[in-house]
Design a protein around this ligand. Structure first.
Ligand code: HEC
Length: 172
């Protein structure tokens, strides 16, 4: 008799602990899920703030002699390719060989054939009164606040790399 009693008692305990575990697991899982979703939300917000701060505090610049410090840097070139295709290819063509905006790989420059001119144009855009395409094809927007100087130098590193590849293969 005593044994039986004990047995039903432990069964009850088992049941209670099972119910408790299910409740516990559901609560913990639910809570973690909600926290996870919220953390995603804040991290997106944080990412935006980080992006703004990093573009505003960007200190990468052209070297004193006008050289791009990121030229030839494989990582910068790869990132530049991505920025170019999302921000510039609509107007300058996927391969930068011109569309609405001018060819960026030829030697015919409308606004100056050096890094200073190119950097300045991408940072500040081209004002309506300074546009040179004839007939006018639209505006070249400023990217100082959208990309910041580091990303712009990455794009310029990619453009320089594309240019050197064109030179290696004159059939293109
Ligand atoms: C909305 C279309 C548009 C977008 C987007 C755009 N551009 Fe332009 N870009 C132009 C036009 C149009 C001109 C030429 C304006 C003129 O002088 O008539 C130009 C001119 C330029 C020039 C000067 C070319 C020269 O011959 O001197 C450079 C360099 C340039 N763009 C780079 C970029 C880069 C890099 C991006 C992306 C970050 C970009 N552009 C995005 C339209 C655009």
């Amino acid at each position: 008799m005593e044994f039986r009693k004990k047995n039903t008692g432990s069964r009850k305990i088992k049941k209670v602990s099972l119910v408790f575990s299910v409740f516990y697991i559901t609560t913990v899982f639910g809570f973690s899920f909600v926290t996870f979703c919220n953390s995603k939300k804040t991290s997106l917000k944080e990412q935006l703030i980080d992006h703004k701060i990093s573009t505003l505090m960007d200190t990468t610049e052209l070297n004193q002699n006008g050289e791009n410090p990121l030229e030839g840097n494989a990582e910068a070139i790869a990132k530049g390719a991505v920025h170019y295709s999302t921000m510039c290819s609509v107007c300058h063509g996927t391969g930068a060989q011109g569309s609405t905006g001018p060819d960026l790989l030829d030697n015919a420059w409308l606004h100056g054939n050096d890094n200073y001119a190119t950097y300045n144009i991408i940072m500040n855009g081209i004002r309506l009164e300074n546009m040179k395409m004839n007939p006018p094809r639209g505006k070249m927007p400023p990217y100082k606040n959208i990309l910041g100087s580091h990303k712009i130098l990455e794009i310029m590193a990619w453009l320089a790399d594309q240019k050197s590849k064109l030179k290696e293969n004159p059939d293109n």
